[in-house]
Design a protein around this ligand. Structure first.
Ligand SMILES: Cc1cc2nc3c(=O)[nH]c(=O)nc-3n(C[C@H](O)[C@H](O)[C@H](O)COP(=O)(O)O)c2cc1C
Length: 196
């Protein structure tokens, strides 16, 4: 069973789990979310695996107080929210990293994009997953109720499957596929221009 204790290494408390070999492992669950889907996934991960949930925009460390790092992020505009994109290079390169992406309707190769990006910046990435969640980009269209219901009905099962793979430490790396990174980088540049 997971248990929590204050960390000796940082001001953050660290939740720990006992692995099958009896070695204590701590898990940092880092998330970004605008409407709560990623937080929901993070809470399910904590419930099943233990760990500490941390909101990426308010965190200034490198994750080295944890043995395993799980990043939970929505897919935005065929890429990552800028907070998550900027956070990844700060992470300790030795920690095992798992990324649980979630999206409303179209992965668009973002799982492979995130994997390639993580490798490029030297992260010890062990798994990248993509989970369908309720669509929250409702500026230009409305998601039909029946579709939302269907997605919601099976959401917990999908999250459970990902949690099982992360718990087992299964290596799940996306196959090379076409991404929309050119469009993503173009849009991201506009965001930086806007906020600077
Ligand atoms: C600005 C914006 C851009 C989005 N872009 C995509 C996208 O490219 N592909 C997709 O499938 N979903 C996209 N979505 C939907 C979200 O990825 C999805 O609903 C996610 O579960 C939201 O998670 P959150 O509640 O943690 O923010 C977008 C949502 C927003 C707000």
């Amino acid at each position: 069973m997971p248990s929590c204790r204050p960390s000796l290494l940082s001001r953050h408390s660290v939740c720990v789990i006992l692995s099958r070999k009896g070695v204590t492992k701590s898990i940092g669950i880092f998330y970004f979310s605008s409407t709560g889907n990623s937080l929901y996934i993070s809470e399910m991960i904590r419930e099943k695996m233990g760990g500490k949930i941390i909101f990426i925009p308010t965190y200034t460390g490198d994750g080295s107080e944890f043995d395993k790092i799980i990043v939970v992020s929505p897919i935005y505009s065929s890429g990552l929210p800028v907070h998550v994109y900027d956070f990844l290079p700060r992470l300790d390169k030795e920690r095992a990293l798992f990324v649980a992406l979630n999206y409303g309707g179209m992965v668009g190769g973002v799982d492979y994009f995130v994997y390639a990006y993580s490798r490029q910046i030297g992260l010890n990435v062990k798994g990248v997953f993509a989970l369908k969640m309720p669509e929250n980009y409702t500026l230009t269209f409305t998601v039909p109720r029946f579709y939302l219901k269907r997605v919601l009905n099976s959401v917990d099962k999908r999250i459970d499957r990902v949690i099982t793979k992360i718990s087992r430490g299964e290596l799940v790396l996306p196959k090379k596929r076409r991404t929309k990174e050119k469009i993503y980088y173009k849009n991201k540049a506009k965001v930086y221009e806007f906020i600077s």
